[in-house]
Structure formats: C-alpha cells, structure tokens
Design a protein around this ligand. Sequence first.
Ligand code: ADP
Ligand code: TYD
Length: 211
Amino acid sequence: MSGTGLFLTFEGIDGSGKSTQARRLAETLRAAGHDVVLTREPGGSPGAEEIRRLVLEGDPDRWSAETEILLFTAARRDHLERTIEPALAAGRVVICDRFADSTRMYQGLSRGDLRQLVDQLHALMIGREPDLTLLIDMDPETGLSRAKGRQGSEERFEDFGPELQQRMRAGFLDLAREYAHRFRIIDGNRDMDSVAADVTEIVLTHLTRTR
Ligand code: ADP
Ligand code: TYD
C-alpha cells in the first residue's frame, strides 16, 4: 500500500444510493477538516471518463464480457495512476463510487463465470484494494425504480433488468463475506439520513482506530 491516505469505496446495485451517500460522506468529512477527493468509476480521470461513455452507452450487447473487463480495467488503471494514487500519496481521503468489486460482480458474474479472469487482470494491472468498502444493500426492485427515475443515456446495465440486479445483490453479499475485513454492510432500504448516519459512524470509527 502506497501513501498514508485512506481509500474508501461504495458498492451496491444500481440505484442503491451510492452516489448520494458518497457525496454526503465527502461533505461530512470535509466539515470535520479532512482533505477529501470524491471520485467515481468508471471514470474519475479524463481518459477514464472517455472510456465510461464507451461502456455505459449503447446496446447491452455492444461488447463481449471479456472486452468489457479490459475496458473497465483500462479505465481503472488510468484513474488509479492519475487520480487515486497521487491523492493517497498526499495523505488525502479518497471516496470512490464503485471500484474493482463492481467488475468482480458485473463482468465476473453477469455473463457466465468470469470471476477468475477479472481477478487475474486485477492482480496484473491494478493490485490495490480499498481500505474500507461500504456495501449499500437493498431490494433490487426499489433500487431499479430509483435508478430508472434518474432518466439518462447510461443504461446499458440497467437494461439487463431485475433478474441481474437480484444476482448482483446476492453476489455483493458473498463478496462481503469473502473480504470481510474491509467490507461493511449497510441497510439501504431506509431514508437517506438514517443511511448517512450509519455511513458516518462506520467511517469515523475506522478513522479513530487507524490514526
Ligand atoms: P446509485 O449511485 O447507487 O445508483 P443514487 O445515489 O444515484 O444511487 O440514488 C438513486 C436515486 O435514488 C436518486 O434519485 C436519489 O436521489 C434517490 N435516493 C438515494 N438514496 C435514497 C434513499 N435512502 N431513499 C430514497 N431515495 C433515495
Ligand atoms: P454507476 O454510474 O455507478 O451506476 P449507478 O449509479 O446506476 O449505480 O455505474 C454505471 C454502471 O456501470 C453500473 O450499472 C455498473 C456498471 N459497472 C460495471 O459493470 N463494471 C464496473 O467495473 C463498474 C465500475 C461499473
């Protein structure tokens, strides 16, 4: 692990409230005097934002699962080199809306079992895990209706439908058991303030334990 900063990620199905909670956590930590970088995947650097458009827009079958793994990993490598690593090296708190766990789920599980390929490429090209991952767990039907309510062109994955979201939810819960040391599960089926209160408590507890 390079640098002395803190690397936090939010994970969960589409519409679970990750972006909302990431934004609120950034505000809370900034108010407490922390130097925070709020970022997201796919994206978070100019090159990775260009790749974002390639992977999130267009037909659901635009890319094969294997090509998609390469594109998401390429975006992540650029994001890591240009945004995440420099911020951590400068001692900042990086809050990232999705990271490699999303690839383990979406590309690793959605079209056959490609988890091993995802993990191999991750080990080769990324080689870093977050210090803490906040999994916002929630009912996929509610998540999907929230996500659909946003109206946009980034719908390739949302178009896969509720059955995929159901599998992603179960997969994320399995992943939380696999990486139990860094995952915390938060019940997202509640109002934003209650979810935010849990997020704040978990992160502040982690900060006081590790600093
Ligand atoms: P994600 O980033 O996980 O897809 P967002 O934070 O973008 O989720 O939230 C999706 C939609 O649901 C947004 O319109 C947001 O305002 C709304 N939302 C987020 N959290 C809650 C909540 N706890 N209760 C009700 N609506 C929420
Ligand atoms: P995001 O903008 O976080 O969508 P949402 O706010 O709806 O959760 O991510 C866009 C989509 O990209 C989302 O459906 C999941 C997908 N995705 C992958 O398939 N693999 C990945 O590695 C990442 C980071 C995202």
